[in-house]
Design a protein around this ligand. Sequence first.
Ligand code: SAM
Ligand code: SF4
Length: 339
Amino acid sequence: MCEKRGGALRDAEGRTVGYLRLSVTDRCTFRCVYCMPEGGVPLMGHGDVCSFEELTAIVEALAAHGVRKVRLTGGEPLVRRGIVDLVRMLRAVPGVEELALTTNAVLLAPLADELAQAGLDRVNISLNSLDADRYRAITRGGRLEDALDGIRAAHAAGLTPLKLNCVLLGGVNDDEIPRMAAIARDHAVDVRFIELMPIGEAAALPRERFIPASRVLEAVPELSPAPAEGEVEPSAGSCGSASAEGVAELYTAPGWKGRVGLIRPMSHRFCAGCTRLRLTADGGLKPCLHSADEVPLRGLSGRALEQEIERALALKPAHHDMDGGRPSQSARPMNRIGG
Ligand code: SAM
Ligand code: SF4
């Protein structure tokens, strides 16, 4: 069950919907080892993918139900032709207050200014290694220098505050934790370490790849909870727990310009506070990243569209069920959802 209060939808757990992750394509420049198989996957046909007009109409309906923040994702969102036009269209949707994008950044450098001018507020960039050979191995072919160019261009275009996302892969990149964290020492960015989730390709990875994000605090012991926004010191009574921004727990150290974030879907599941919905490029509304439920919205409008949005929210589970090594129940791999 869900109910509507003051325009915002509230589910049976009392959670409102505020945040939409909008996948604009399942295609990607890379084949990251934890996301896509080396040989690729069957891709959506062009006719299966929603047009910009269809996506915008769905976002309008979701904004009327309380969505305030939209994040474009993929696959790799920058491979979708005309992405700057979509940014401009979504920027004009009443109610959408924040428009962001998650990218591997290899195509970002030539697009950053245009995206910013079209109304994109900021970007999150995936960066899983600072070693060029390792970066190529993890992404199966990506060039680290292209991603670094993208990061510089995002900064120059004002797509800030920048967040760099590093998926922790035990035995692959965990030795780089201090070096990655040091980016936040030297620059005003958030470096966020994400626990690997057993979804799609990743579900078949060996056990030792799945490590808790607490390893970051062991590897960088000078980190302590970052003050909450607007505070100079961590909040009194925080008992050593970090301030949070969205799903990230935030840490910093004296003299550091930026912060380190821990995103712990596995060891500290944050489902109780989840305000997210996900829309796939072919118009499926997913109430939870890890459940098999999906409500097709393509072709709907008016009251029928509203009803299906409400049905999707009513399907939002109280929490995911990946404890004890159980894989995600999602019927779609990550490149078809967008994270
Ligand atoms: N291509 C873009 C990128 O890589 O940033 C956007 C799409 S990608 C699917 C979105 C995010 O999901 C990335 O930060 C990626 O590293 C993360 N991701 C993919 N598979 C994951 C998994 N099994 N566990 C945790 N994070 C994952
Ligand atoms: Fe592509 Fe992002 Fe998946 Fe890597 S994580 S294969 S960059 S969609």
